[in-house]
Write a protein that binds this ligand. Structure first.
Ligand SMILES: *Cc1c(COP(=O)(O)O)cnc(C)c1O
Length: 224
């Protein structure tokens, strides 16, 4: 082990206010690193590739809650549906429907977050605020009994300017309040605001994040 996972995990945890959940993003890192974090009590891990996560699930303790954090292709949902705890980046109604279908086949309910696209970068997935409003207004999602919509997820622009990051995260937080009031006021599941990664999780907790997804700061640089 050439990276001190325990020490770095502890530093991140010490900076998080009570009640903010930490998803330790372990993609591209070996199972030994995950085991190190597990031994320190960490139970939430985030992965973004179907084959990689499958191998890790088989190799590691069963009480780990796995989050699928990256872009998920609809044809991959069936593979992760039996065990995934949360799918953090639902970026289309089509994907939401497929998750519901596969969850039903597995006789379970899968927790999901809706991914927003607020950042300026073109390449990022997710609903624009307008498209998200339209999707919710269509009401089709109400029929999907095997998914639990637990909140919103977003990635801020990958920039150094902290004011831009803050503005985008606060926009997401305001949007959360808007749709919570309009669609989820009586739904206790809908409570999560997932923003913040290694470089901006400090800002995220100031911008009402309830969940941060931190990889590099815990596990070191990824080797692709
Ligand atoms: C990889 C990834 C992260 C973690 O990024 P770090 O900069 O390593 O903390 C967080 N969220 C998503 C969606 C990711 O794909």
């Amino acid at each position: 082990m050439n990276f001190n996972v325990k020490e770095h995990l502890k530093k991140v945890k010490d900076k998080l206010p009570v009640g903010v959940k930490l998803v330790a993003v372990s993609k591209y890192h070996p199972t030994e690193y995950i085991k190190e974090a597990y031994d320190e009590g960490q139970r939430l891990f985030g992965e973004s590739h179907e084959q990689e996560i499958r191998q890790k699930v088989e190799a590691l303790p069963k009480d780990i809650e796995w989050h699928f954090i990256g872009h998920l292709q609809t044809n991959k949902v069936k593979y992760i549906a039996p065990y995934i705890s949360m799918i953090d980046a639902v970026d289309s109604l089509k994907l939401l429907k497929e998750i519901n279908k596969q969850a039903q086949k597995n006789n379970r309910v899968i927790k999901v977050l809706i991914e927003l696209h607020i950042a300026e970068e073109e390449t990022k997935y997710g609903f624009s605020l307008e498209d998200c409003r339209a999707m919710l207004a269509s009401g089709e999602w109400r029929e999907l009994k095997n998914v639990a919509i637990c909140g919103l997820m977003m990635m801020a622009s990958n920039v150094d300017d902290t004011e831009t990051i803050r503005r985008e995260m606060l926009m997401a937080a305001d949007f959360f309040d808007e749709i919570k009031a309009e669609y989820f006021a009586d739904d206790d599941h809908f409570c999560e605001r997932s923003w913040g990664m290694s470089h901006d999780y400090g800002i995220a907790v100031e911008c009402r994040a309830t969940m941060v997804r931190v990889g590099t700061t815990i596990f070191g640089p990824r080797v692709y």
